[in-house]
Write a protein that binds this ligand. Structure first.
Ligand SMILES: N[C@@H](CCC(=O)N[C@@H](CS)C(=O)NCC(=O)O)C(=O)O
Length: 389
């Protein structure tokens, strides 16, 4: 049988409790359809069964049967219930019979019929239990999946095969699962955009290796750095071998999607839009105007450049202050949005530090100062702030 869902690309989604509810519903239905063949337990397995783990939104179900031989008799009743037999390569097909459920033209479920006690049965359950009891392993596995989803976006089978090494290691209690390879991160101590991302990496406990790009020495113009980010800016991060991502906003959103916990954006669309609005007020409305390349063209000398920067930083932070005031009626708390650190704070704090360097008067901006102080008191805030030599 050919269907569009057989070739669909690898798209990972943030974990959803709805997956567990769907698994329970389908397992209940399968209890009835498979009554003649059933033996032993039935379980929700795979990535969707591990709270907090990002996953392809495909629910894996493991159902015990007495034997694999003769199971083709179950194909017709299963097909009527929405589950279609999809052969898997030998030798797996001798120990497992595999079915796929599609909804709206996309894979929605995998059903694995296995004899309980077989190695396949225990591998599914042991890997799920290892993940459920070890948040560090969940983060490492999420990270591996995010990388592989980029590299094998259009190769679903290669994506699945590539995860096998991680799973084997994790089942052996191996180090590869616990200590992911750090992400190469091109940044500079004085760069406010780098500071945002450094903070996000620390906040989300994502390991990275710092590559310093000395903006003072013009290293951003080196061909090596231009290959990472053609505009010659920091930051840039290598999210998978050879895949460099620039622009702090894009990086933060990739980090959020790949490592949702702890979050940096609210989950509700309105809160998320508000946080993005605040981020962009700094990212588009302030920071580019005080950037080195702009200042050099804006004025011929330091006095003119400082006046230019002060003007635009004051203008942008005054707008931020007004937004913070307006958002109070929408439930804003001690931070830029709500009562927890968000991406907006990661944009604001480095910008406030730059404002102080430019000699901007922050006295008329009490909300900005209060949020700056609250955000700086959170874990990782100081570690993210690098100071020059
Ligand atoms: N919108 C970009 C801004 C990046 C940016 O402007 N980076 C500055 C340092 S904060 C830079 O690399 N400047 C080098 C130059 O202007 O030559 C981002 O958020 O990543």
């Amino acid at each position: 049988m050919t269907a569009e869902w057989q070739d669909e690309p690898v798209c990972l989604a943030t974990w959803s409790p709805e997956w567990a509810a769907r698994a329970e519903r389908w397992l209940d239905e399968l209890d009835i359809v498979l009554a003649t063949w059933r033996s032993g337990g039935r379980e929700h397995v795979g990535s969707t069964s591990v709270p907090g783990l990002m996953a392809k939104p495909i629910v894996d179900l493991l159902v015990g049967v007495r034997r694999i031989e003769g199971l083709e008799a179950a194909d017709a009743p299963l097909a009527r219930a929405g589950w279609h037999h999809v052969p898997i390569p030998s030798p797996h097909q001798e120990v497992r019979r595999h079915y796929v459920r599609a909804e709206h033209g996309r894979r929605a479920g995998h059903l694995h019929l296995v004899v309980p006690g077989q190695a396949t049965w225990s591998t599914f359950l042991e890997f799920r239990e290892r993940l459920r009891e070890d948040p560090a392993l969940v983060r490492a596995y999420g990270r591996t999946k995010a990388e592989l989803a980029v590299v094998h976006h259009n190769e679903r089978l290669r994506y699945t095969d590539s995860k096998a090494g991680f799973i084997e290691d994790a089942l052996r209690g191996g180090a590869r699962g616990a200590a992911p390879i750090p992400l190469p991160f091109a940044n500079f101590w004085r760069s406010s955009a780098s500071w945002r991302v450094r903070w996000a990496l620390l906040h989300k406990r994502v390991a990275f290796t710092s590559i310093s790009v000395d903006l003072g020495a013009g290293a951003q113009h080196d061909p090596e750095h231009r290959r990472r980010n053609p505009i010659g800016h920091v930051p840039a991060i290598e999210i998978a071998p050879g895949r460099w991502l620039g622009e702090s906003m894009a990086i933060l959103e990739w980090l959020e999607d790949s490592f949702p916990d702890p979050p940096l954006f609210p989950s509700d669309p309105w809160g998320k839009a508000r946080v993005r609005q605040l981020c962009e007020t700094i990212n588009a409305g302030v920071q580019p105007l005080q950037n080195l390349a702009v200042l050099e063209r804006a004025a011929p000398d330091q006095v003119g450049r400082v006046a230019w920067a002060r003007h635009f930083v004051t203008r942008g932070l005054t707008a931020y202050e007004e937004l913070l005031g307006a958002f109070e009626s929408e439930g804003r708390g001690a931070f830029s949005w709500g009562d927890r650190l968000s991406a907006a704070d990661l944009f604001l704090v480095p910008q406030v530090a730059a404002a102080r360097r430019w000699g901007v008067d922050l006295e008329p901006l009490p909300r900005v100062r209060a949020v700056d102080e609250a955000a700086r008191a959170t874990p990782h805030a100081e570690a993210a702030h690098l100071h020059g030599p």
